[in-house]
Structures are given as structure tokens and as C-alpha cells.
Design a protein around this ligand. Sequence first.
Ligand SMILES: Nc1ncnc2c1ncn2[C@@H]1O[C@H](COP(=O)(O)OP(=O)(O)OP(=O)(O)O)[C@@H](O)[C@H]1O
Length: 569
Amino acid sequence: MIKLCEKRKQLLVEDGHLMVKGGPGAGKTTISILKAQQLISDGKLLKGQKILFLSFARSTVGRVIESAKSMIPNESFKHLEINTYHGFTWSIIQTYSRLIVKHRFIRLLPPPETASLLFGLDEEQRRAKCTSMFVDEGILTFDLFAEKAKEILQRIVSVRNIISDTYPYIFVDEFQDTDPHEWDFIKLLGKKSTIIALADPYQRIYDFRGANPKRIKEFEDCFKPVEFDFGDENNRSNGKDITKFGNDLLTGANKGVKYKDVIVTPYTFDGGEPMSAVKYTLLNSLKRLRASNPNGDWSIAVLVKTKATTLSISSYLSKKSSRLPEFYHEVMIDPSGPSLSAMIIAGLMEPNTPDERKKDFISNIISHLRGRKDKITQEDLKNAEFLKSYLETGTVRGKTRVVLVDEINTIVEGIEKIEYSGTPQTDWLKVRKLLEHCTNSVLKDIFEDSKYLRLLNKGALLGERLAEAWRQNQHYANAKNAIKDALLQEHFSLSNRSYNGIFVMTLHKSKGKEFDEVIIWEDKYHSIVPYKPTPGAIEQSRYLLRVGVTRARNLTTICTPSTSKCILI
Ligand SMILES: Nc1ncnc2c1ncn2[C@@H]1O[C@H](COP(=O)(O)OP(=O)(O)OP(=O)(O)O)[C@@H](O)[C@H]1O
């Protein structure tokens, strides 16, 4: 039941630009949905106009859609457009790109391929390369969306007017994390549209991609908004001390204090199962939640620092041991590694000569090595360089590399022997099986990544695309491109899903979401605060941990190694 205090009632009737501030769970998203409803029922929209709600992540958008559907009538919901910055700016570029670039069609480069292509370049070189690809070839990378959409609005005032006329009210969620281009984009739209920004300065966790502590002040100076601050109000975990822990964390006041609803569990090294503490914690959470929600309506998030830990935790949860069970769960990761592995398998399935297939396979392995992780290791780099030179010269030196090339050859030979059935799932598994028993780590990683496609719920999508290819030709011609297109479309699909069950994701990805219980797993080798941190890095780590801790409605457990306990707790 939503409570409307005087401040909230005032917000609903206030005109003009607004800045809505508040800590985690203060109710910023909730009041903004009610504000949108108020604008609609006050008749502020003309025919064809909509209210735009912009957020960063697709999953956050999904949660806003879900809340809005449950809070406002269907008739009003039709007047809302809830989208990501990416989705919205891409739609502007698709419609108006001809006004800033000569190419008739713009081709999108999927993020994993972008990572592979830009590998080894510094920030400035990356930007220069992306810009020249756009201008010279009409190829667009996701990083340029906000910049190019801004350029369109800047250069063509009539387009800006059309967009503002269509969206006279724009809500900007998580404003504290906007980068300079997104901020310029909002400033331009704010010349005619009314902007309602939602922000929490202490949930700013994207400094590394251009967020800036000055941004909120810049908004205030530019738009002179009416301000509403809901401070430490806690509607998510009312009556719990989770928000208190989160706020104490900002100053270090949490150190040495015991909290009722934030439990710190130092774990010791368990030789056989180093991550067993996460399973024990899950078993306790499940016991509590199953007892209080017999209908299965509960959610648990396991939050970790890095993508690599997401994958290792997920692998561990999927395995049963003599002591502990497996746990069905979903992983929410940036799907670069799995997507690139899907393209490798699809590439192998395409009809081809053995020679061409081998070349294609090796090029795809190089893309996988360069694009699968946020930060490439020296080992990956050396392997990618070796494969590149092997493609050119055919020379192999060193035992490990001889094994790698032998295994590549065995896979290519194995493909020749496969008889496809026309049932994509079966055929996919036949090809994937060839990678299963490889001993070289490069090929093993491809196999491991491909397993996450199921956990990412991509199985059905891949099956559909391959079935289409088979229906037309009775073979899997062009399978790789079909899969690539399908995965690309996924970047824009918005679904309002409910969070039931166990989810594994990074702390960054948890932003804007809520769960009944949260388990924060600090890995021994990937601690929340980086090694030898700068003051800035410590501040960012505090914000990040606060975001994670405050995602819980009922309880958060922080598992930290007892030998190197997190310095923030
Ligand atoms: N006025 C209110 N009365 C009762 N419950 C509320 C109220 N406002 C929000 N809530 C509930 O509190 C929870 C958190 O609300 P909401 O997501 O709007 O907060 P937020 O400020 O956007 O959080 P965050 O910044 O952490 O994403 C939701 O479950 C919501 O239903």
C-alpha cells in the first residue's frame, strides 16, 4: 500500500523540472510512476504525446514496467514509454542518421565484436576508431549511441522539436550515473521538455564510464528544478536496519557494530569446495523463505564483484557434491563470452570446405579470446597473437600450442563426420560435444562459455534461428550471422519479468533491483575494494557495496574471506 505524505502530494502537483533525491528504497521510482499517472489524468498530454522514462539497464526497465503495470490503470500505461538510454538513442539514430552521416543504412556492431575489434586500444584510440567506422563505413558501436543521438539533436533543431513535442515529460532514472554525452543529450531535450531527474549521489557507481560527482549540481544549475529529497526514508526494508548499514558504510560508522539484518559471515578456506560458504548461506536463506512463502514467491540474489566470479559461482552452484546439492539459478551477465561461443558453434555448423572451416574457426576463436572478458589476460593475448600468426604462416612452436592446433584439427575433422538431423538443439549439442573433452584451456573456455547460453535463457532463441536456416536450405548456411542478428536484437528487447528464484550477478548489475534476501560473495581473489586502493577507489567501493546491501527487503549476508576480510566491514 503506497503512503502519500505531504511532500509526495506536493511533488505530484508541482510543475516544471524536478530533482527527486533519496537513498536506496526511498521510493523515487514509485513516486515517479505516480507523478506520470498524475500528469496523464490532469490532461497534460496532447493526442499522440507520451511520457518517456529513461533508465540504464534493460532489467531495471523491466522492473519499472512491472511496477507501473501494477500501480496505474492500463489506459494510462499506454501513454508511457519506458526505455533504456541505448534503446531510445538507437531509435533516434535509426530514424535520422542520414542527417549526420552519408550512409543509407547503419550497421550495428555487437558489443562482443566491438570488444574484440578495439582490443588493446586506449580510450582515446577506441573513440577515434569507433568514430571513423561510423563516418567511413556506417558501422555503429553501442558506445557512440548517446554521442551520435546528441549530435543529431544539436545539429537539427527540428528533430529536437519533434522529439520534445512527442515526449513533453521525460523522467531520467539514476541521474547520478549519466555520462557527459547522456547529460548533453538530456540538456538538449530539456530545452523544450520537462525533465524529472531521480538521483542518489551515493549510488554513483559508474565513474569509470564517465559519471561525475558534479553532475547533480550541473542539473540544478542548468534547470533550476524544484527539489524533493526523501533522504534516508526506507520503504524497501521498512523496520530493518539494512538502510542504516548502507548509510553507516558511507562514513565507516558500521565498523565494529552488529546489525540485525545485515550479517557478516567470514568464511574459511574449504579445501575441497572453496565456495561452500555460499551454498551453506543459500540453504539457510531457502529454509527461511520457503517457510514464509510456501507459494514459491521469493527471490535471492547472489552478488559478486566481477564477471569472472559470476561465472565461477554459477558453475559451482550448478554442480552437486557429496556434501552439498546443486542450486537451480539464473545468471545475469553481460553475455559477451557466451555470445561469442555461440557464434563459434554456429560457424562450425555452416556448410564449408574443411580448409575454410578451419580458418573461420580460428578467426572466431581469436574474437572469443579478445572479447569474452572485461580485461583480457596476458595469456589470452598471447594465444590470440599466436593463432593470428598461425593463420598467416602455419607455424606452431611449443607443446601447449601443438596441442591447441591438434585439437582444432580434430574438431574440424569431427565436424565432417556429423550427420545433421535438422533438429537444431540436437545438432547444436553434437557440435558442442566436440569441444567438451578438449584439454587446451582456449577450447575449454569456449565450451564453458557455451554452457551459460542455457542459463541466460538463450537456448530457445538460438533454436528458432537455426530451425529457420534449416527449413530454407536443409543445412545451416549463414547460421553464424543469424545467431549474431538474434543476439543483437536481444540488446533492445525489454521484458517485464518477475524475479522469482535464485539470481547470480555482479553488484553493478543489481542496481535498481530488489530481492527478498541478498548474499554478497566476496571472492578471495576479487575483493570488493581493489588492491592498494586510491581514496577514489575506496569511495566507489563503498557506494557499490551500499547498492548491493540495500537490494534486500529482509536480509543481507556478506560472505568475506576470514583471512583477508573486506576492509569496509
Ligand atoms: N510511499 C511508499 N509507500 C509504501 N511503499 C513504498 C513507497 N514508495 C516506495 N515503496 C516501496 O518501496 C520499495 C522501494 O521503492 P522504489 O523502488 O521506488 O525506491 P527507489 O528510491 O527507486 O530505490 P533504489 O534507489 O534503491 O532503486 C518498493 O518495493 C516500493 O513498492
